[in-house]
Design a protein. Sequence first.
Length: 103
Amino acid sequence: MSEEVKFIPYEMALKIVGNVIEEEHIHEPDRRILTVYDKQGHELCWYDAEDILAEAVPDNPKDQDSIKRAAVEVIMHQIPEWVMEDLLKRTAKQEKPSCACKS
């Protein structure tokens, strides 16, 4: 049984997403992915570029910047909740003291 994926609010996505980069899939050279990074440059998640581009509605379908903006807009509405959970875990790890020093 598969769970329904829940997404974070768009406003939250705006606060944590720093960049979306089109890249080659590491194991499938002919497949493009859109990797989402946080504002510190850490990878959050990725999407199949074909799937996202099929959903995107650019203002000008012949302009690459317009296509990218539309694809990013689709992604910003589809950031899964688990991304936020992972981000909180990573932040908590970074805040832990690295040694058990006594003052």
